[in-house]
Structure formats: structure tokens, C-alpha cells
Write a new protein. Structure first.
Length: 156
């Protein structure tokens, strides 16, 4: 497994990975209607490309064949918007590999705190990475109640 920067050509496969990740992993922790609403938030390849080219940093973990296993971003204020692993790669360290690069970059940039809104699966992942949960967030997506957690990590 390697970690490399995002390239615009990656956008279609990452847009697909997002939806497969939500549908494949989300059902472990959320109801089908919640997963459907969440998957509906998935950006098109064009939208994802535009987001990834807006100045944030972004990385992919890729397997031996070069296909993406996981991806994540880092906004200049320390916010992590995306952290998604392909369902066939879950539990193999893909997110951890991308996150390690992300945290290293944040430290090099002098970012004082990382923060994210974490799903149930991501909450467990972020706790492993030394984050703390600061709040549970209850909200609606397309009229469907759902929740996640505000998490943060102060970088020493
Ligand atoms: C959260 C997510 C990115 C984790 O990806 P992953 O590639 O499976 O994570 P890793 O294999 O790198 O796991 C790293 C560590 O976190 C732990 N971990 C990850 N997900 C976990 C979970 N759901 N429950 C418990 N522990 C978990 C692993 O056990 C591992 O621990 P270890 O270092 O002791 O072995 C993945 O579950 C995912 O894509 N979920 C669906 C989309 C999502 O929720 N994205 C976040 C949006 S806020």
C-alpha cells in the first residue's frame, strides 16, 4: 500500500468509493434509510474534483494495482472533511496510512488542532488516533434523522 497525492483523474473512482464506503460500511452502524440519505450526499466526480482543487490537501492510499483503497483531505483550518475507505479494504490500515500523512502535513504546517464530524465507524477510528469526542451531533439529511460526533485532536 502506498500513499500519494490526489490527481484530478482520481475523481471518478473516489466519487464511486465514497458511495460504496457509505453503503458498505455505514450499514454496520446506521439504519438503511440513514445510509441512503448519507449516500445521497456523495459528490459527483465533477463536484469532488472542484472540492479537491480548492486549496485543501488530499491523499489516497492505493493498492498494488494502483486502485484507491482510501482517501482523506485536510483543510487549512485543520478540518478533515473526507475520510473514506473502500469496503473491500476496510480494517487493513488504509485509513490509518492516509491519516498518518495528513497529521504529518498538519504538524509541518503548524496547524494547532485537527477536527472532524465523525460517523460511528469514524469515531472509533479517530479515538484510536488520539482524538477526543467533544459533542454528539443530531441533525437531518433529506428529512432523515441521523447523528455523528464532533471530534478533535490538539497537536502538541
Ligand atoms: C472510518 C474508516 C475510514 C476507517 O477505515 P479503515 O481503513 O477500516 O481503518 P484502519 O484499518 O486504518 O484502522 C485503523 C485503526 O482504527 C481501528 N478502527 C477503524 N475503524 C474501526 C471501527 N469501526 N471500530 C473499531 N475500530 C476501528 C482499527 O481497528 C485500527 O486499529 P489498530 O491500529 O489497533 O489496528 C472506515 O470505516 C470508513 O470508511 N467508514 C465509512 C465512511 C465513514 O464513516 N467515513 C467517515 C465520515 S465522517
Amino acid at each position: 500500500m502506498q500513499v500519494r497525492p490526489f490527481h484530478p483523474d482520481d475523481a471518478p473512482s473516489l466519487a464511486d468509493l465514497y458511495v460504496r464506503s457509505v453503503r458498505g460500511i455505514g450499514l454496520r452502524h446506521y439504519l438503511p434509510e440513514q445510509v441512503a440519505a448519507w449516500a445521497g450526499l456523495g459528490p459527483s466526480a465533477e463536484r469532488l474534483c472542484a472540492l479537491m482543487e480548492d486549496g485543501r490537501m488530499r491523499w489516497l492510499a492505493v493498492g498494488e494495482g494502483g486502485g484507491p483503497l482510501a482517501f482523506a483531505d485536510l483543510e487549512p483550518d485543520g478540518h478533515i472533511h473526507f475520510l473514506y475507505t473502500a469496503p473491500e479494504a476496510v480494517g487493513r490500515g488504509a485509513a490509518a496510512a492516509v491519516y498518518a500523512r495528513l497529521e504529518q502535513q498538519a504538524r509541518e504546517m503548524g496547524i494547532a488542532k485537527l477536527h472532524a464530524e465523525a460517523s460511528e465507524a469514524a469515531r472509533r477510528f479517530f479515538l484510536k488516533q488520539g482524538f477526543t469526542v467533544t459533542a454528539r451531533r443530531d441533525f437531518e439529511v433529506a428529512g432523515v434523522p441521523i447523528h455523528n460526533y464532533a471530534v478533535e485532536k490538539v497537536l502538541g
